[in-house]
Ligand binder design. Sequence first.
Ligand code: HPA
Length: 261
Amino acid sequence: MPEIGIIGGSGVYRMPSVELIKDAAVDTPYGEPSDAFKLLRVSGVEVVFLARHGAGHTMPPHKVNYRANIWGFKSLGVKRLLSLGAVGGINPVLAPGAIVVADQIIDMTTGRASTFYEKDEVYHVDFSEPFCPELRAAYIEAARAINLPVLTRGTYICTNGPRFETRAEIRYYSIIGADMVGMTAMPEAALAREAEICYGTIATVTNHAAGISTEKLTTTEVIETVNNASINLNALLLKTISLIKPERDCPCKDALKDAKL
Ligand code: HPA
């Protein structure tokens, strides 16, 4: 079974170099995943893809069944999960179109089921580095290899949405150290860690966050920027997939070791 998974927008499996092998519906104890998992062949490598917001992008970030999605990847044998997401730039360096290999997270979400261990068993997994160091290194190496400028670190603050933020919220997030704001990295990253799946996010800056520019924030702008960035993102994904080593030598694979109460 494929060991590499991709979660993101549906643009991925429409890449020219991607062949759809089959759909794989997965039953989970947590209900329905966002969509059928798609088994793909990407430059000769089999990967599993899931559209986080459903096939027609009909599922808002607070309604995504993060547990079912991560469980599904785990049950299909995925060990490395490449995540794509859109963010607003808080740090003025992050203009629309910038691509960031995130290295930290601040979680501002509420009311999302954020653990697989809520009864009988208690686990406290180490999350000081929320993204897999090997996947981060692979993204950065891939970007260099294809001459794509990326920012090699950045703190992602995850809000509940679906509304965009107020100016005061963004000012506050900036003060507490956030570089960019999105709505989906949590609890996805934490659940992947509990599932001992390596997880790494490539964030595409689609807009200046609220109040960083005087322009009104629109979903149209977000979609346009994602579409414009998709050729670069797809190239980055392809190169990253080719650089991922079969053996894992990172802490993610042993996340549950010594984590049980
Ligand atoms: N805020 C939150 N999520 C986002 C944004 C934003 O400005 N842009 C894209 N996703």
